[in-house]
Design a protein around this ligand. Structure first.
Ligand SMILES: *Cc1c(COP(=O)(O)O)cnc(C)c1O
Length: 378
């Protein structure tokens, strides 16, 4: 079945007990044990498993084409669960442009307890090959990357990682399962901040790991999920399941509008550079065309000037809101450099735009008026 059908039917089953079309929320933390000590429902205690979480996990596994999925209380908790499964002294390759939280987690927590971390420009397969070591256990890719929209060749990196005996994990938050299937391209793990497109309404925090295969890694991740307990609440899972049904439609509309805004910004005299993989001029365009089914709803652009000009443009916007996060129904803009910390490689004149579901013409009007003073003064 096609993704629009799967997004609805993988996540919505009629409730067997009542016939309810919308699933109930199971708030109970504990479940009855039979006289013989068994749990015929499979549910014991909600840190270990919960009906709403199970529904979310099976829907995510179905949409990503994975054997199994694990939901967490945030995207960062999902990444952390994967990193915890690595052996002492493991070497990990991270992309040099990636979500700043993952960079900080790896540098400030894992490196301090003995993990060897290397940052690589993963747009170059040669650079990845050269960085692999005998003790490399994980290659972590993010494509498109946050916030530079770099594209890396998932199938090419999967081959290199596997030849070196390492796993490949891909942060698929920006592409979503609608536009990119990392597991089908050879990755072992796909990760989501479900806070973003999967939630889609800026009202729920969550994360997930989806694994291509069940087996020892899945068991370890399940242990971290159940023992460390960074699990989402039943209501959070319910909201995410509800949102999954509209994910393909939202992403399709956001992608279409993002393409139009990228083309508009590309022609604008106050804009120095547009980072959007759908543009033929983007260095990752060819790889993106091959491994994605669309270029997504995120774009970044560099205004002419520096930090003050970027702030001024964002400050004049009235419809597009200045806020962090992405993937919601409302368009958001952010000066990334200011929140990424001192080691951020992001240019000072870069603004990141999460394109919402507003009408394209209204968004172009807002950008037009915000950019106009900069265009005339140069
Ligand atoms: C937001 C984000 C994360 C972190 O997820 P949280 O849900 O905020 O913990 C990781 N990767 C990417 C690409 C993100 O955009």
């Amino acid at each position: 079945m096609h993704i629009r059908t799967r997004a609805i039917h993988a996540s919505h089953a009629v409730d067997a007990a009542t016939g309810a079309i919308a699933p109930p929320i199971s708030l109970s933390t504990t479940f009855e044990r039979q006289a013989d000590g068994t749990f015929p429902s499979g549910y014991v205690y909600s840190r270990s498993e919960n009906p709403n979480r199970s529904a979310l996990e099976s829907a995510l596994a179905a949409l990503e084409g994975g054997a199994t999925a694990f939901a967490f209380g945030s995207g960062m908790a999902a990444v952390d669960a994967l990193l915890r499964t690595l052996p002492q002294g493991a070497h990990v390759l991270l992309p040099n442009d990636l979500y700043h939280g993952v960079r900080h987690l790896a540098k400030h927590f894992y490196a301090a307890s003995g993990m060897e971390i290397a940052f690589v420009d993963m747009r170059s397969l040669d650079a990845v090959r050269a960085a692999l070591r005998p003790n490399t256990r994980l290659v972590w890719a993010e494509t498109p990357s946050n916030p530079a929209l770099n594209i890396v060749d998932i199938a090419g990196i999967a081959q290199l990682a596997h030849d070196a005996g390492a796993l490949l994990g891909v942060d698929n938050t920006w592409a979503t399962p609608v536009l990119q299937s990392p597991l089908a391209l050879g990755a072992d793990v796909a990760m989501h901040s479900t806070t973003k497109y999967i939630g889609g309404h800026s009202d729920v925090l969550g994360g997930a790991l989806i694994l291509r295969e069940s087996g020892p890694l899945a068991e370890q991740i399940q242990s971290v999920q159940q023992l460390a307990g960074a699990v989402p609440s039943p209501f959070d899972c319910w909201l995410l399941v509800r949102s999954l049904a509209t994910l393909p439609l939202r992403v399709a509309a956001q992608t279409e509008t993002a393409g139009a805004l990228a083309a508009f910004l590309f022609e604008h005299p106050a804009v120095e550079r547009v980072l959007y993989p759908g543009l033929a001029s983007h260095p990752g365009h060819a790889v993106a065309a091959q491994q994605m089914r669309g270029y997504g709803g995120m774009l970044s652009f560099q205004v002419r000037g520096g930090q003050p000009e970027a702030f001024a443009v964002a400050g004049r916007l009235t419809l597009i809101t200045r806020a962090t996060s992405l993937g919601g129904v409302e368009s958001l803009i952010e000066h990334r450099r200011s929140i990424e910390g001192d080691d951020s490689p992001t240019p000072e004149n870069l603004l990141r735009l999460s394109v919402g579901l507003e009408d394209e013409a209204d968004l172009i009007d807002d950008l037009t008026q915000a950019l106009a003073p900069l265009a005339y003064t140069r």
